[in-house]
Ligand binder design. Structure first.
Ligand SMILES: *[C@@H]1O[C@H](CO)[C@@H](O)[C@H](O)[C@H]1NC(C)=O
Ligand SMILES: *[C@@H]1O[C@H](CO)[C@@H](O)[C@H](O)[C@H]1NC(C)=O
Ligand SMILES: *[C@@H]1O[C@H](CO)[C@@H](O)[C@H](O)[C@H]1NC(C)=O
Ligand SMILES: *[C@@H]1O[C@H](CO)[C@@H](O)[C@H](O)[C@H]1NC(C)=O
Ligand SMILES: *[C@@H]1O[C@H](CO)[C@@H](O)[C@H](O)[C@H]1NC(C)=O
Ligand SMILES: *[C@@H]1O[C@H](CO)[C@@H](O)[C@H](O)[C@H]1NC(C)=O
Ligand SMILES: *[C@@H]1O[C@H](CO)[C@@H](O)[C@H](O)[C@H]1NC(C)=O
Length: 426
């Protein structure tokens, strides 16, 4: 009895300690699972950004060190994981004749066949990086740069728009999804800066503004899917709010990294305010165990680690970008809680089903990427002196004792106290 009780108590302690601030080895597993399980267009696009943020931080728009100038002389071999993604994308690109999409008339084609107009553009930055390092090398009959331009033109000239001019998330009708703010405006902005095109950069900003006009609700949080017919989701989806906030922050950072920052300071102020608007409105919905509900104002929806992870990542980025440290303590609380849901094989558990957003699923490709992004943000925040931390010299993601508090669901607490009770009776 004694040995069983001891075993139960100690194995539990070990697993919860490893589960808050992920060890490098567990974080590597998260990364490897991310590499393996991403399949859909937006998943691969999100993964490409997570890889950039964790392995090539100097090339991301979050870098304070002229990320666009870093492309000069960059070799494809230095970003081989990004090239792989871009190459796979072009291999999967539908056989739309490249020439018919760049025939001089306005128009183009999507990088991938997809009912969602907004998802394939999430791969646009990876494709542009592949172009910049291979000089428009061809894959299946089209150069990387030409495929990116064709994707851009498709968005600008073929995809349906709302009456206000917002580019639809869907190919077949004008319908806005908060997800699109992560997938499309950051690509437009990146393309714009690469090509010194301030008009296009302004369009990236304007798309954020138009999406907010439609999706923002009175409390400052965003509805998930509005307008059009078919799929609808007027609810305050946590992942959607995180997609929108993160997309707008990436556009902010892209402008900041460009030569237009001076000219576009009022647009940057707007973007910053729209991001913090979502953060301000969401903070009170963080539950006592450090997560958001899938619909953040609905206590009956499950607690979702995936959207919580992206909220954590971007809350920490707001600090590393020098915007505000206000959301640091809550973002760390979120990240600690999220980390406690990573199992020993490196999967983030208790996630929203990425293919059925109102339901809980067992794994999430995008969730894996969000955890990688959150740790990349954390690492930079740590190296910048942990601004906004309230934990003194302790690891802000939690020592073993705070891990215990975060990780132990009530039932486990009961098991432990029962075990300890048995132990004390022996
Ligand atoms: C996403 O990447 C995976 C892994 O490389 C690949 O198998 C899949 O076809 C890609 N998906 C698309 C839509 O290109
Ligand atoms: C591309 O062009 C060739 C030659 O004109 C034609 O045979 C082929 O059907 C076209 N493919 C597509 C997908 O339009
Ligand atoms: C040029 O490309 C656009 C977009 O793909 C297409 O709609 C149009 O028919 C093409 N025009 C000609 C003359 O081939
Ligand atoms: C692709 O790369 C070439 C050579 O570096 C460059 O001239 C071109 O503008 C790039 N295309 C895009 C769409 O960025
Ligand atoms: C900027 O991009 C837009 C959209 O592609 C294009 O119409 C315009 O000609 C570009 N402006 C310059 C100066 O290249
Ligand atoms: C939801 O939970 C929060 C925190 O646990 C609580 O403050 C709030 O009153 C609850 N809301 C509803 C509608 O039950
Ligand atoms: C971790 O979670 C994944 C996805 O739910 C599952 O397939 C795997 O078996 C889990 N690993 C362990 C050790 O429980």
């Amino acid at each position: 009895m004694r040995s069983i009780a001891l075993l139960a108590a100690s194995s539990f302690l070990v697993s919860s300690v490893g589960a808050t601030h992920l060890t490098d080895s567990l974080l590597n597993k998260v990364y490897n699972v991310m590499e393996e399980i991403n399949v859909a267009s937006w998943e691969n696009g999100t993964k490409s950004i997570a890889i950039l943020e964790s392995k090539y931080p100097e090339l991301t728009v979050y870098s304070s060190n002229s990320p666009f100038q870093k492309l000069d002389g960059l070799k494809s071999g230095q970003i081989s994981e990004i090239i792989d993604i871009a190459q796979t994308t072009l291999q999967n690109r539908p056989n739309s004749n490249a020439t018919s999409s760049s025939n001089g008339t306005l128009g183009g084609s999507s990088l991938l066949q997809d009912g969602a107009a907004g998802d394939p553009p999430s791969l646009g930055i990876a494709v542009l990086l592949a172009n910049a390092t291979t000089n428009n090398e061809q894959v299946k009959g089209i150069g990387y740069g030409d495929a990116a331009t064709s994707q851009l033109n498709h968005l600008l000239y073929n995809v349906p728009r709302t009456s206000s001019g917002a580019i639809s998330h869907r190919e077949d009708q004008a319908q806005l999804w908060s997800d699109s703010v992560y997938m499309v405006p950051p690509f437009l902005a990146y393309y714009a800066v690469l090509h010194n095109n301030q008009t296009l950069l302004q369009e990236a900003y304007r798309q954020c503004s138009l999406y907010r006009d439609t999706l923002r609700q009175d409390n400052g949080l965003w509805a998930h899917i509005l307008l059009g017919s078919g799929t609808h989701d007027p609810n305050l989806w946590i992942t959607g709010n995180a997609w929108a906030a993160t997309g707008m922050l990436r556009v902010w950072a892209t402008i900041k990294a460009s030569s237009y920052a001076g000219d576009m300071s009022s647009q940057m102020d707007d973007l910053k305010n729209w991001v913090t608007e979502i953060y301000d409105a969401s903070q009170s919905y963080i539950t006592s165990d450090g997560l958001f509900h899938n619909y953040l104002n609905d206590n009956s929806s499950f607690k979702d680690t995936s959207g919580s992870a992206l909220m954590a990542a971007t809350g920490i980025r707001l600090s590393t970008l020098g915007i505000t440290d206000t959301y640091v303590p809550n973002s760390l609380k979120l990240l600690a809680a999220v980390s406690s849901y990573i199992n020993s094989t490196g999967y983030l558990t208790q996630v929203v089903n990425p293919y059925d957003f109102s339901k809980q699923g067992t794994y999430s490709p995008e969730g894996q990427s969000f955890v990688v992004m959150a740790y990349a943000a954390y690492k930079e925040w740590d190296s910048l002196g942990r601004k906004g931390s309230t934990s003194g010299k302790d690891d802000p993601l939690g020592s073993s004792s705070s891990a215990f508090k975060v990780a132990v669901p009530a039932v486990m607490g009961l098991v432990v106290s029962t075990v300890l009770g048995v132990w004390s009776m022996i």
